[in-house]
Design a binder for this molecule. Structure first.
Ligand SMILES: *[C@@H]1O[C@H](CO)[C@@H](O)[C@H](O)[C@H]1NC(C)=O
Ligand SMILES: *[C@@H]1O[C@H](CO)[C@@H](O)[C@H](O)[C@H]1NC(C)=O
Ligand SMILES: *[C@@H]1O[C@H](CO)[C@@H](O)[C@H](O)[C@H]1NC(C)=O
Ligand SMILES: *[C@@H]1O[C@H](CO)[C@@H](O)[C@H](O)[C@H]1NC(C)=O
Length: 383
């Protein structure tokens, strides 16, 4: 006979309020800007669907790009207005008071260039990879971090090809490869990562899916079907998304039914647009978000989401392709939330705003940060 112990009703009540509380959460996110030297700290309430600005920190750098380290205590970014390409290391352990800890001028293999991107490896030794654009931008830089995660020093400078300019990188989940989107060279590169040192060695490069397609940013995932790493690439010039798989030797090959998926309605000229970002939903990796920007503020940008196959990880369906409320300016960057596959944050710097998007419901929350029209570059979610 099974004995059923009576449940204490007070305990039940406590338990149920605890469960409710875990679903009702406030999430912090930070957003940088292209010219004011502020990082804004925002809060999204996922019950009330409100997005509010909590504060801003004066950091002395216009962070056109920000990225988080593995334990979300450090941020690494660019200084858009610096005379020489400068990487900035921030402490974000107190999101109400973000502090600069280090600035490193880099890019010695390039000239008249600007740094635009950084990525922190989420596995030890937590190496940071930085990229350049504009001018002669064929180079990239590898940085070590100290025991606290603060950017330490340049450990490698390397070059791609004359005419190359890499605007974004991603690391495979197994930590073996860094893939790089070479916008001006119309290439996607693979480098092998030495897991002890973080140093890179070149493996291969594959052409974009069409002439001048302009690979810009990319994200990676593992196919749960065959365990192969997948790479989704946003093509700036072609206004589209392409997907690749990575062989064991690090070489890429296109996968899926189509060569690429459009980020622009049929009939519109890609010359008027420059697709921006691609982001993998989390925690379940069920969707791929992608965005496009208009080059002219009298036009609108676009946002799209794709459903990914549960096992294959491949794009199965484009769920929507919708206009954004503005051109997006230099941004229309999208950052998937870490807590809900259906939620992501979109930024715009033509008027200065951040929106929270839901994959089915569209805009859930909207926050204007006028900030002399220089906000908002990209969002990172702290929780
Ligand atoms: C942590 O950061 C502080 C302040 O920058 C520095 O003095 C200290 O050496 C760092 N610790 C390690 C283990 O790197
Ligand atoms: C933007 O579009 C408007 C309307 O078509 C046009 O008048 C203007 O010249 C365009 N601006 C640029 C910078 O192309
Ligand atoms: C958006 O950022 C770009 C890059 O710095 C800048 O040129 C542009 O003026 C900004 N947009 C507005 C409306 O301030
Ligand atoms: C906006 O611009 C005005 C006028 O140039 C300036 O006084 C003010 O400090 C600026 N605000 C910010 C947040 O940069």
């Amino acid at each position: 006979m099974i004995m059923v112990k009576p449940v204490n009703p007070i305990l039940l009540l406590l338990l149920s309020s605890f469960i409710t509380a875990t679903f009702a959460a406030r999430h912090k996110l930070v957003v940088g800007s292209f010219s004011t030297e502020l990082i804004h700290t925002l809060e999204y309430d996922d019950v009330d669907n409100t997005l509010t600005k909590l504060t801003h920190s004066f950091v002395g750098a216009a962070s056109s790009w920000l990225t988080l380290n593995h334990d979300k205590t450090k941020l690494y970014g660019t200084d858009w207005n610096a005379k020489e390409p400068t990487f900035v290391s921030y402490d974000v352990s107190n999101p109400h008071d973000i502090k600069v800890e280090k600035r490193i001028v880099a890019g010695t293999l390039c000239s008249n260039t600007r740094n635009v991107f950084a990525l922190a490896d989420q596995q030890a030794p937590y190496t940071v990879y930085g990229n350049y654009y504009y001018g002669d931008a064929k180079c990239s830089t590898v940085f070590s971090v100290d025991g606290n995660g603060t950017l330490k020093e340049v450990i490698q400078d390397y070059a791609y090809l004359p005419g190359s300019a890499v605007h974004g990188t991603a690391i495979t989940l197994d930590g073996r490869f860094l893939v790089s989107a070479d916008t001006k060279g119309n290439l996607v590169w693979t480098h092998a990562i030495d897991r002890d040192t973080g140093l890179l060695s070149s493996v291969s490069a594959i052409q974009g899916p069409s002439d001048g397609s302009g690979p810009r940013h990319l994200v990676t995932k593992v196919s749960s079907g065959n365990g192969q790493p997948l790479v989704y690439v946003v093509l700036e010039e072609a206004s589209a998304v392409a997907q690749y798989a990575i062989r064991d030797d690090g070489t890429l090959y296109p996968v899926g039914d189509k060569i690429s998926y459009p980020l622009l309605p049929a009939g519109l000229d890609p010359a008027g647009y420059w697709a921006d970002e691609v982001a993998l939903s989390s925690p379940g990796n069920r969707y791929l978000w992608a965005t496009n920007r208009a080059r002219n503020d009298s036009l609108k940008g676009y946002i799209s989401a794709f459903r990914l196959g549960r096992d294959s990880g491949l794009i199965e369906e484009q769920l929507f392709l919708r206009e954004t409320s503005t051109s997006g300016g230099f941004a229309n960057s999208i950052a998937a939330s870490p807590f809900d596959d259906e939620i992501a944050a979109l930024t715009d710097n033509s008027t200065g705003l951040v929106q929270i998007w839901h994959v089915d419901k569209g805009v859930l929350a909207h926050l204007e940060i006028p900030d002399n029209q220089s906000c908002c570059a990209n969002v990172v979610w702290l929780d």
